[in-house]
Design a protein around this ligand. Structure first.
Ligand code: GAL
Length: 439
């Protein structure tokens, strides 16, 4: 099949998928009541369909409806973690000139494509002085392009976390406080393996969970300065640190469930929940997942940031498409997202923490409270996530997803190394729009 034809097929699939998703919604609305007919509509696309994510979005939407009873939310949740499927559907909607009124997108590079194509409106008027005062600069900077604000962040997720089953740790006498570095983690994995326990649950069917493991290895093995060099595209051929990072990645795979390529991120979390694996490296949306299952944080499961002292930022935002059919309703949504009230409704359930530094900590669980403290500490080093759209141009992130997920099966480190350096030259450097300075 020619490339053009392939693209066409993708578009058709995208449009069909949209029809299927919105089909469920319009079915409900075939016989609108008088009040429904007068309501302003707000169409939202997002990908929060797994345990914890869904409940968090529903609570957020409910709170918004309480404030704006005359706006009717038409939510289009498209399953597939990290937006793998939603992004494709959105592209076809954008091409057709029929975007939703707002949609979920990661802060940083992931937004660049839409801005370059003039598909988003700047929202400088939404960013009040109160918001500017209370969002950390590093997060604010990730939604500013050409001196204009383009998105409102709803949360701060952390990608570099090991989630563990407390019963298993207790059974084998493992002290979670003894795990601070990647080598500490592998020492524990070895002990578990010797006892016949699968150390890590992984579900990289959608590729990005493997890339997320890779990015954690990048900072855990190479340190912050090396991570910065990597996302700025400054790695030379045959770089020995990159080789070591990839070897650590392969080691992680060897301690993981052999069927990792068949599972999704939440299916991997389910393995930890059921006691089929001891740990999983996942963002703190896993916290939302475990809570939705009825597990108690710090009682049934715990969290260990790897490496300690690093906060790998994953930031979900909402934006205003230039061709939104209901921009007034969308602007109300965006202003709402920027409030403590919205953030403290959503994040306690989602597993993330609020980006507003003035949000009170009482609705949060002990893991989230500890993370909130860490984010505020000047000792903590923040890094933008590669796998979740912030740190590198989208084309390079897509290359990495392919290269790393293949490496997870082939374990051919030398091949992956050459491919990463080539992709950096082809897709990172030519699309670079900023120089990261992390320390
Ligand atoms: C991330 C997103 C999180 C969570 C996760 C799994 O990309 O930022 O909010 O939803 O994907 O779907």
């Amino acid at each position: 099949m020619s490339k053009r034809r392939q693209l066409f097929v993708y578009l058709i699939i995208g449009i069909l998928a949209t029809a299927v998703v919105s089909g469920c919604i319009s079915q409900k609305e075939t016989t609108p009541t008088a009040t429904q007919a007068q309501k302003e509509v707000l169409e939202i696309y997002h990908w929060w369909t797994a345990g914890g994510e869904k409940e968090a979005f529903d609570a957020l939407a409910k709170k918004f409806q309480e404030k704006y009873p005359n706006i009717e939310i038409k939510a289009n949740p498209v399953s597939g973690g990290a937006g793998v499927n939603m992004k494709m559907i959105l592209q076809s909607l954008m091409l057709a000139g029929k975007p939703p009124d707002t949609f979920q997108v990661h802060a940083g590079y992931e937004m660049a494509r839409y801005i370059k194509a003039n598909q988003l409106s700047p929202i400088d008027d939404i960013w009040t002085d109160d918001m500017k005062k209370n969002y950390p600069d590093v997060i604010e900077q990730m939604v500013i392009f050409n001196n204009h604000y383009y998105a409102v962040p709803i949360n701060v997720h952390r990608a570099n976390v090991i989630w563990y089953n407390k019963k298993i740790f207790e059974k084998y006498g493992i002290d979670p406080a003894s795990i601070k570095t990647i080598d500490d983690l592998f020492a524990v994995a070895e002990k578990l393996k010797k006892n016949g326990v699968t150390p890590f649950a992984l579900g990289d069917r959608n590729k990005w969970p493997a890339t997320q493991v890779f990015e954690v290895m990048l900072v855990a093995v190479g340190g912050i300065d090396y991570y910065q060099k990597f996302i700025n595209g400054e790695i030379s051929d045959n770089d020995p640190t990159l080789k070591k990072v990839l070897e650590y990645f392969v080691k992680y795979i060897e301690y993981s469930n052999p069927d990792h390529a068949a599972k999704t991120w939440d299916e991997a979390c389910a393995m930890v929940y059921k006691g089929e694996a001891a740990m999983t490296l996942m963002g703190d949306w896993a916290n939302g997942y475990f809570k939705a299952k009825g597990w108690k944080p710090d009682v049934d499961y715990g969290a260990i940031p790897i490496p300690a002292g690093v906060y790998d930022l994953v930031i979900d935002t909402f934006v205003l498409p230039a061709k939104a059919a209901h921009p007034d309703a969308a602007k109300k949504w965006l202003s709402f997202i920027g409030t403590v009230e919205a953030q403290n409704t959503f994040n306690p359930i989602k597993g993330s923490i609020p980006p507003r530094m003035d949000a009170p900590a009482d609705p949060y669980d002990p893991i989230q409270k500890a993370f909130m403290k860490e984010l505020k500490s000047p000792e903590t080093k923040m890094i933008p996530s590669i796998a979740h759209g912030s740190a590198v141009p989208e084309a390079f992130a897509a290359d990495l997803n392919d290269i790393i997920s293949e490496l997870a099966t082939s374990k051919d480190v030398n091949k992956a190394m050459t491919e990463i350096i080539n992709a950096m030259k082809k897709d990172l450097l030519p699309n670079k729009i900023k120089e990261w300075k992390l320390s």
